[in-house]
Structure formats: C-alpha cells, structure tokens
Design a protein around this ligand. Structure first.
Ligand SMILES: Cc1ncc(COP(=O)(O)O)c(C=O)c1O
Length: 456
C-alpha cells in the first residue's frame, strides 16, 4: 500500500471509530483530519505523510523532555520484562523510588506520595484527602472546595466542576456535586474585580477568597485549589502577594491549600515546581504531565507530613484505590524522565531561555496590533489577542479569529492551537532552543501579519 493510501485508510478508520478530544468526526472529515502522528524527535513530530511539524504546545503542555528519548523507552522496557504490574497493596522498586524522589524534590514537608495515572485523578485524590483529613480531625462540616473561574483541574466527575472554561460549559454534565464555590482569577490584564495594577488585582482576588470563606463559614470549607500559573485564561502568573495571601488566609481559617502543578511542575516555569517562585508550601500538591513527559500515563498527589499524619494508624487509612495507581512501568519512565531533566539542566535552561521567549514576544507585541497582552513565565507564555487594545475587547465569534489563525499555523508547520477565541498558549518542550524559538515566533508573526491584513 502506498503511503498516501495507508494514511487515507487509517484516517477513514479513525473517522469511523475513534472518538477524538473535543471534536466530532464530521468536522474532522471536513478538515481532512485527524492528523496522524507516527514519530517524533526533540520538538518535532512527523505525520503519516512524512511531513514534519514543530510541536509548539509540547503535547498538552506535557512533553517536557521532548520526543523520541530512547532512554525512557529502555527504562520502561526493562521494567516490563521484570514485572509489568502488581497491585499497590504491595509495592515495587520504581514506584518506591519515584515516591522518594518526589519527596526529595518537593518543597517543605511535602513527602507522602499517592501515585495515580494522570492529572484529573491527582486532583480527585487531593479533594478526597482534604475532606477526609478534616473528618479525621472531627471537623465534619468541611466539604466545600473553592476554585477559580477560568481554571482547569481535569475531566472526571468531581474535578470537572472545579474552575470553569468559558467556551466549554458543563451543562451537559450537571448537576454539579455540592460544595463547589468559585473565586475570581487573578488575571491582571482582565481583572474581574476591575483592579488597575497587577498587585491590586492579586490582593483583591486573594481577599475575595477570604470573603467567600467567611460568607460560607470557614467550618464548611475544606480546601482551596489553584494552579500557581493558570493556563486556561492564558498563563496567569499572579503578582507575588497572591500566593502569600492565599497561604495566610488558608492558615487563618484551617483550610487546606492545594497547588495544582499538573502543568507547571517539572521545570516548565523555570523552577522544578512553580510554587518555588511564590515562596509558599501548599498542603497538597498535584502532579502529572511533565512527571513522565507523557511517555506513559502518570501523576501523583503529594501531601505534607502534617496532613498525611492524620491517615496513619489503624482505621485511619485513606480509602482510595485505582487499579493503575503505582504502576511500575509508568514509575520507571517517570524516574528516568526526571533524571534526564536534572542531568540535562533543563530547568535552568527554561529559566534563561524563557526570558528570551518573553522578550521576543514583547517585540512581537510592538509589531502586531492584534496582540493585547503577553504574559507568563518560563516556557508557559501566552498571547492575548484583541480587537481593540484600548478596550481590550476580543473579536466577535463571527470573525472566527482562532480558526483562521490555526489554519495559518498549520500552513507553516506549527502545531499550535489558539483557544477560547483569543488565547494562544506557547508551551514547547523544555529542550527548545533560542533558534527553535526564533523559527516558531517568525511563523506566528507571519500568521498574525496575514490575519491583520485580512482584517484590514
Ligand atoms: C492544571 C491542570 N490540572 C489537571 C489537568 C488534568 O490532567 P489530565 O488530563 O492528565 O487528567 C490538566 C490537564 O490539562 C491541567 O492543565
């Protein structure tokens, strides 16, 4: 079979049988999709027709180490040959080593690790730990969870109702579980509370969380969950006051602070974990994505010694099991991935090259009236596209701004999708070089110029 006809037959089978993320098969067929990816190396992937693409999104902001690392494949293969799986009522060497490694890397006394197989399950686990912790201390009324509008914490039944994504309403899945409380997102460019400076926005949004705790009664609030840098609204890196205040507020009211580091962990922001920028230690931290660079499904929920202590002793254990929790092959891949991130100095590379990326984006902003704001940190940077810089208004949906831009990126070999009508998230693999960034930014710039001409 020729390459073209093999691609065609695979594509047809996908259209007939495969349920893709966030899209339907009729639209995919119209757009001659899905794209079928068959290989990858570094920041590049290759499709079934032999075309090479730059993955500007790093998978789902998850391929930290880059594609094609045979060291990780070898580690997984070796483990598969030894013992591929056994339930976590026992333990296995890679999972034990991974737990110890995470405890070593995580700040403060975060040291008790519940392994899972992805970010949603890490957050589901965190919510269960938070509620069960309060119960073990005789605090039976604490069930509410405060999350922030615009945040994303996963797709499973509980965490689905945390945060919110403007263009993906959850009405299909209602009713929501009880106890979901929503706070503002500290996005200084679009501060819901009307603050004019980054610092005022951070303080007002943190105070709003305290107001919600007071309004609902601290005795009913179990936890606050937040990403140190939220990606949904476009790399929101709050002013430093925000996390300091969150820590103080949670301490004052006996509320557990959960940091969702599913995207931000493992070097993406130029530190191993983004809370290190904030100088704050959360009570629970959730990890996934970069923990294995997506080589195999892996995640973890890590609690402080103080929280974990409530679960020691007869009858106190956490009643919580996933079949694939503590999977030795995923753990072996994760360990090798973390080893490579450290050995290759990728965290320091991102800290340095992230500054270059940010400066280059600012130069792009000077040239393109479509760019209202650039924000973020490290290799988690975003462009906020506007119709009018003065008012910060976005283009009406009829303009189909993001669809048009996505096509232009594709024409230039860039795998990068604008989302939410006006947000462009750049989260390439951590091994991306300055030269790679120049190539990416020139493709983005050309696409924006073309669109600006079309829009007049
Ligand atoms: C911040 C954050 N938390 C949780 C999740 C859910 O992770 P997963 O898709 O691995 O379940 C995501 C996924 O994008 C995320 O970005």
């Amino acid at each position: 079979m020729s390459v073209a006809s093999e691609t065609e037959s695979l594509r047809q089978a996908a259209l007939d049988h495969l349920w893709q993320h966030n899209r339907d098969w009729e639209t995919a067929a119209r757009e001659n999709e899905p794209l079928i990816i068959v290989g990858g190396e570094g920041i590049h992937v290759t499709d079934s027709d032999g075309r090479t693409w730059i993955d500007v999104s790093g998978g789902y902001s998850s391929v930290n180490i880059g594609y094609g690392r045979t060291e990780i494949a070898d580690a997984a293969y070796e483990q598969l040959k030894q013992i591929h799986y056994f339930p976590q009522t026992t333990a296995n060497p890679p999972t034990i080593r991974l737990a110890a490694k995470l405890a070593e890397l995580a700040p403060g006394s975060l040291s008790r690790v519940f392994p899972v197989s992805g970010g949603s399950l890490a957050n589901e686990t965190a919510l269960k730990i938070a509620r069960a912790y309060h119960r073990r201390r005789g605090d039976h009324g604490r069930f509410r969870i405060i999350s922030r509008r615009g945040s994303y914490h996963g797709a499973t039944g509980g965490v689905l109702f945390l945060g919110s994504i403007p263009n993906a309403p959850r009405t299909d899945y209602e009713p929501s579980p009880p106890g979901m409380v929503y706070a503002p997102q500290p996005n200084a460019y679009r501060c819901e509370l009307g603050s004019q400076s980054a610092s005022d926005c951070a303080v007002a949004c943190a105070r709003a969380i305290e107001d919600l705790i007071r309004f609902h009664g601290a005795e009913t609030v179990a936890a606050v969950i937040a990403e140190p840098v939220a990606s949904g609204p476009g790399a929101v890196m709050p002013s430093p006051e925000y996390w300091q205040l969150l820590r103080e507020i949670c301490d004052r009211h006996g509320v557990i602070l959960i940091a969702d580091e599913v995207i931000t962990g493992f070097g993406r922001t130029g530190k191993m974990f983004a809370v290190e920028h904030m100088g704050v230690v959360p009570d629970i931290m959730t990890l996934a994505k970069g923990i294995s660079s997506s080589y195999l499904p892996l995640g973890a929920t890590i609690a402080t010694e103080e929280i974990a202590a409530a679960f020691a002793g007869e009858g106190n254990h956490l009643k919580h099991v996933f079949t694939y929790s503590g999977h030795p092959v995923s753990a072996a891949a994760g360990l090798k991935n973390i080893e490579l991130i450290q050995e290759e100095g990728l965290v320091a590379h991102v800290a340095k090259t992230g500054v270059y990326l940010r400066e280059s984006l600012q130069q792009l902003q000077d040239r393109h009236p479509l760019i209202g704001d650039v924000r973020g940190i490290g290799f988690m940077q975003s462009i906020d596209l506007v119709a009018d810089r003065q008012t910060r208004a976005v283009h009406p949906a009829e303009v189909k701004l993001t669809d048009r831009l996505n096509t232009k990126f594709k024409d230039r070999g860039l795998l990068l999708k604008a989302h939410g009508g006006h947000i462009l998230n750049l989260s390439p693999p951590l091994c991306t070089t300055r030269e790679n960034l120049d190539e990416i930014l020139s493709g983005i710039s050309e696409s924006l110029s073309e669109l600006e001409t079309e829009l007049g």
